[in-house]
Design a protein around this ligand. Structure first.
Ligand code: FAD
Length: 308
């Protein structure tokens, strides 16, 4: 056997960096789910919620299918979380293919079900690749939707933000101006699109601060369970997938357990670097699976609440 002796600097770098040792766990986390389509998916969702609940998330949210296709399912899932769990439930809501009256109806139903937090989005058209066309009697975009929602009920409102700029934005600056409009209209925090390099977030945070925005900007963390799918999604939403990431997932297509470990390692490292840069709030795109998000939270020092 040949032993390879690392350089002194390399050895010191590894040994001096107990990346995850004894972190304080002083985090606020939130978890995003999607509404299940089948009974089996329903079981998976509720099992994920059960596993993640003891971590005491600040809120959990449920997405709204493209084109409003999951209106009922999103409502039922959010309403059930609000009714049957101790969690603060947030409902995603979009402007696609709905007039203002329909959106008001959806918002009223949430208010009646005890849901007090909306993630307000413009939404994407039902067919991927097509441009967003506002409904003739609908909202033009998320900023208008926020205005409409706060006039109707005093909801807590989160909106979307894009560290690498939304693909349809005229410029990075106009995208920031739009974020400011959404916050000025009554949103209290922004959750970002997923990204894979901490610098994307840090640069964005600086630009946002320079624009006079002081609302919380929460990084959206996507643990990669299926690299090919994430590549496709990233291309659509303007997220840069670094070349080294592709190389790391090479050869793992038929090794799901190894892929999970690689995935958790990468996402945990991203979070650890964000934490080192002062980030204390993290929003996880769970894809209705608890393990990766739970493991990352655990590495960052978060432990189940004693009372949970
Ligand atoms: C955390 C998060 C959760 C999401 N959840 C869902 C979901 O549940 N369901 C779903 O369908 N999609 C969801 N999405 C995707 C989102 O709907 C898309 O990214 C959509 O294309 C933009 O939505 P928005 O709310 O950011 O739009 P907006 O804020 O309205 O912006 C859309 C685009 O228009 C530009 N723009 C807006 N107003 C102006 C103006 N006055 N002048 C010039 N340019 C302007 C913006 O810069 C941007 O490019 C989510 C995204 C994120 C980050």
């Amino acid at each position: 056997m040949t032993l390879h002796f690392p350089s002194v600097e390399e050895a010191r770098r590894a040994l001096d960096a107990p990346l995850y040792a004894d972190l304080a766990g002083d985090l606020n986390v939130s978890f995003e789910f999607f509404p299940p389509r089948t009974e089996k998916m329903d079981e998976q969702l509720w099992s994920a919620i059960e596993t993640l609940t003891p971590l005491g998330p600040k809120f959990v949210s449920v997405t709204y299918g493209a084109g409003g296709s999951t209106r009922e399912r999103t409502h039922n899932t959010v309403a059930r979380i609000a009714k049957e769990t101790p969690l603060a439930a947030a409902a995603h809501l979009t402007c696609v293919a709905a007039c203002k009256d329909e959106i008001a109806e959806v918002a009223d139903a949430y208010w009646e079900a005890g849901v007090r937090h909306i993630v307000a989005l413009r939404g994407d058209p039902p067919e991927a690749g097509k441009r967003f066309e506002p409904h003739p009697q609908g909202y033009q975009g998320a900023a208008e939707l926020v205005e409409g929602l706060v006039q109707r009920h005093p909801f807590e409102i989160s909106v979307a933000a894009y560290p690498e700029t939304h693909p349809e934005a005229a410029s990075a600056q106009s995208d920031i101006d739009n974020l400011k409009r959404k916050l000025d209209a009554g949103a209290t925090r922004a959750i970002t699109q997923f990204f894979f390099e901490p610098d994307s977030f840090f640069r964005f945070r600086d630009t946002v601060a320079a624009a006079g925005i002081d609302a919380d900007i929460i990084p959206g963390i996507m643990p990669v369970s299926n690299f090919a799918a994430v590549q496709r999604m990233s291309a659509m939403c303007n997220t840069n997938v670094p070349n080294w990431m592709g190389r790391l997932f090479e050869g793992l297509d038929t090794l799901p357990a190894a892929r999970q470990l690689v995935s958790a390692t990468l996402a945990a490292e991203l979070c650890r670097k964000l934490y080192a840069g002062g980030v204390r709030d993290f929003h996880f795109y769970t894809l209705n699976r608890a393990e990766l998000s739970y493991a990352i939270c655990h590495l960052l020092g978060l432990r189940p609440e004693k009372s949970a």
